[in-house]
Design a protein around this ligand. Structure first.
Ligand code: E4P
Length: 217
């Protein structure tokens, strides 16, 4: 399963990239606003920090303007993945861009039928928002299972990118279902490394090692 980080904070991205476990980055207009930086400038910097796909979102709602925005975004770097919303104009744009060799992430997916449409439009990634479904009393992970089943039924190559991840259980369930990618905030990714018994085990081993009076080097 690929791990993307969902942020426009370049310090976090650089720090997580150093682990060697980061496969890409997703941003959205809210995350750009939170960064306080210029959109095109921050996307360019992110693209230099990771080799994998960096999702940058078009903000126009009509197909013609989305195509113009996509041209600007694609010009930033080869690893830009244009993000478009799951609307008729968004999917028209998706089909045109992927037919032209661009990577496209179709965002704001909340139903399996929407995911089916995105796959038919040739999306590189479909982003179902599990956290926002859960927030509204719905079952985000059930949507991931449904999309996996549908995509496998028809051998769609669109990758399921689990988005709006709120906690490590979302990551665990996504991996069990066989989602291709998950994108999570930096804090959620960092929390995956931790276990209280790992910390306790290290403390015990180091304590006993010191009592041996030995050194490896
Ligand atoms: C994904 O690409 C989105 O940027 C993101 O996962 C949205 O998450 P949120 O629901 O926490 O805003």
């Amino acid at each position: 399963m690929k791990f993307f980080v969902d942020t426009a904070d370049t310090r976090d991205i650089a720090d997580l990239a150093q682990t060697g476990l980061l496969d890409g980055v997703t941003t959205n207009p809210s995350l750009i606003h939170k960064s306080g930086r210029k959109f095109l400038e921050v996307v360019k910097e992110i693209c230099s920090l990771v080799e994998g796909p960096v999702s940058a979102e078009a903000v126009a709602l009509d197909h013609a303007t989305m195509m113009k925005e996509a041209a600007v975004l694609r010009n930033i770097a080869d690893n830009v993945c244009v993000k478009v919303p799951l609307t008729i104009d968004g999917l028209k744009t998706c089909k045109a861009l992927t037919s032209d060799g661009a990577m496209v992430n179709v965002t704001l997916c909340f139903s399996a039928n929407q995911a089916l449409l995105a796959a038919k439009a040739g999306a590189t990634f479909i982003s179902p928002f599990v956290g926002r479904l859960d927030d509204n009393g719905l079952d985000g992970m059930q949507l991931i299972s449904d999309i996996r089943l549908i995509y496998d039924n028809y051998n769609f190559v669109t990758e399921i990118l689990v988005a709006s991840v709120r906690h490590p259980i979302h990551v665990l369930e996504s991996a069990k279902i066989g989602a291709d990618v998950m994108t999570a905030p930096p804090a959620v990714i960092r929390s995956l490394f931790n276990h209280v018994l790992t910390d306790k085990g290290i403390a015990g081993f180091i304590d006993d090692w010191q009592k041996t009076g030995q050194s490896i080097l």
